[in-house]
Design a protein around this ligand. Structure first.
Ligand SMILES: [Zn+2]
Length: 208
């Protein structure tokens, strides 16, 4: 059946969302149309704010709220009491949130923005790998120094490939930095994001 164009357009855009197909997007469109004006506006505002009131931290690439002070750094990078000599490299923002929620990690982060893939060389170009290397080099020129980089990537084939590549690249910097990986506990093929706090704490504390 030929849907009205605004609905068709909505479905086309929303079915790009992870886990949402055209049928669910169509259902969402009708559900939204049946809501009160107030609810519809709340959705509209949530979308607009998501895109206009956030910014990407130029240091760790985590997303934060735009600051009225004009500060570009995220809240985590701005916390001076955090251990600046420790960087935990994660695949994506939700992994960072899972580790942060354990309340056990007091260092900084670096969000890669994805993992490398043997099948798709282009994926590597989109990751914040060079930015990580530049960051390490830059800090190493200051008295601050980075002592340890934790590669907290998923123990999947893509995660392992990325870990291997990063380890090699960081070693080539010749900077006397300890490189560690999450310890046992995370199941093979498991994901950092979905690991429970206890497992994550064990994996972090057992890093080697
Ligand atoms: Zn940051």
């Amino acid at each position: 059946m030929d849907l009205p164009k605004p609905i068709k357009d909505f479905v086309q855009v929303f079915s790009q969302l992870p886990g949402i197909g055209p049928r669910q997007a169509t259902r969402l469109a009708f559900w939204l149309l049946h809501q009160k004006r107030e609810t519809q506006h709340a959705f509209y505002r949530a979308f607009t704010n998501l895109f206009t009131k956030t910014q990407i931290c130029p240091s760790c690439f985590f997303i934060s709220e735009k600051e009225s002070t004009g500060s570009k750094l995220c809240k985590i990078c701005r916390q001076k009491q955090r251990d600046q000599s420790l960087i935990c490299v994660v695949e994506k923002e939700t992994d960072l949130i899972s580790i942060e929620n354990t309340n056990k990690y007091r260092g900084l982060y670096h969000v890669l923005g994805g993992l490398m893939s043997e099948l798709n060389e282009n994926k590597k170009q989109k990751l914040n790998i060079n930015q990580l290397l530049t960051r390490i080099k830059k800090v190493s020129k200051t008295p601050q120094k980075i002592k340890e980089i934790i590669l907290a990537l998923n123990p999947t084939s893509e995660g392992n490939l990325t870990t291997y590549t990063l380890e090699k690249a960081i070693k080539e910097l010749n900077l006397d930095i300890k490189i560690t990986k999450l310890g046992r506990g995370l199941p093979q093929g498991g994901e950092v994001e979905f690991a429970d706090a206890e497992t994550l704490v064990n994996a972090l504390e057992g890093r080697k």
